[in-house]
Design a protein around this ligand. Structure first.
Ligand SMILES: Nc1nc2c(c(=O)[nH]1)N[C@H]1C(S)=C(S)[C@@H](COP(=O)(O)O)O[C@H]1N2
Ligand SMILES: [Mo]
Length: 308
């Protein structure tokens, strides 16, 4: 009986119920078998997290198969077909270092972090600077909760997040073109914005390795490269760091990287985007359509290249 309930969650949503019915179905589950479900260790990284209805993506979900087989994860290779290679990623045990301007620098087990946060599901649009897009039900928790667990000091201005760099399992690390580890950063205000999300699952399941298991960032108003995967270190600093892509090609990739259809990348127009799994191009919107949440963050920053 219990096993059956859990299996229900594993049906890809495109095969199950339309998005609009999903919330109702989940609330029902939460009421009935839900109590038992939430109390089990299976709930730890994804299953049973209620969908937050505040974030309506206004688009069909991208089929799970596309989300999990069309990836950017350069540590495993430069093309989109790294999902098999990424299965070598060692994800357990996993811990995260809190460093720099924090009250107490320390290393914390991911499991201990997960005991202190409330998991929820959010459906977000994702826009890659290469011109493709997807719509994904992520499970996770607000980034501000990670920030508050880390305990930055009052002088901290940026949150820097670093991906695992494991030469034994990541063939991409042999490429001299890139300076590993992959690193990204946001301001404290961005990290504390409602939209900034830390994901530990997608489609109601534990996050697949190719999507950045066991814990990654999701910033839906920025180009996808800001959403760093497989985070092992979070550093707080008062100096803006050089991030991974910026370090390689500063004319093409900036620090802010907010989505804007009117500011072309040197190699790609940003006016439209291709929806994965849907043979369709649609117009791109400023801040990927999330301006109501984030435009205020950038008010008055006239000297900054906000959209590269
Ligand atoms: N560590 C790491 N994080 C990364 C990347 C990467 O190559 N390595 N690629 C980024 C880019 S360009 C995008 S579009 C998204 C892709 O996430 P997905 O594979 O889950 O779709 O991850 C981002 N995070
Ligand atoms: Mo991307």
């Amino acid at each position: 009986m219990f096993i059956k309930t859990v299996r229900g969650w594993e049906i890809p949503e495109r095969d199950a119920t339309p998005e609009s019915l999903m919330l109702g179905r989940r609330s029902l589950l939460a009421g009935a078998a839900g109590a038992a479900l939430l109390a089990t260790p299976f709930a730890a990284r994804a299953q049973g997290a209620p969908r937050n209805p505040k974030y309506d993506a206004g688009r069909e979900l991208t089929p799970e198969r596309d989300v999990t087989t069309y990836n950017n994860y350069y540590e495993f290779g430069t093309d989109k077909s790294i999902s098999r290679a990424a299965q070598k990623l060692p994800v357990s045990p996993w811990s995260i270092k809190f460093e720099g301007m924090v009250g107490t620098p320390r290393t914390v087990d991911l499991d201990d972090i997960l005991k202190k946060v409330q998991l929820e599901e959010r459906v977000y649009r994702h826009r890659c600077v290469e011109g493709w897009a997807m719509t994904v039900p992520w499970t996770g928790f607000p980034m501000r909760d990670l920030v508050s667990l880390a305990g930055p000091t009052s002088g901290a201005r940026y949150v820097v997040m670093v991906t695992l760099a494991d030469p034994k399992t990541m063939p991409g690390l042999r490429s001299p073109t890139f300076e590993w580890p992959y690193v990204e950063a946001v301001t404290m205000a961005e990290a504390n914005n409602d939209l900034a999300f830390i994901a530990t699952g997608l489609y109601g399941k534990t996050l697949p390795k190719q999507n950045g298991a066991p814990i990654r960032l999701v910033l839906p108003w920025k180009y996808g490269f800001k959403s760093v995967k497989s985070i092992v270190k979070v550093t707080f600093t008062d100096k803006r760091p050089t991030t991974f892509w910026q370090g390689i090609q500063p004319q093409e990739y900036g620090f802010w990287a907010n989505v804007n259809p009117e500011v072309p990348h040197p190699r790609w127009s940003q006016a439209t985007e291709r929806l994965l799994g849907a043979e369709q191009r649609v117009p791109t919107r400023i801040y990927n359509g999330y301006g109501d949440y984030v435009a205020g963050l950038y008010a008055g920053m006239t000297n900054e290249k906000l959209f590269v």
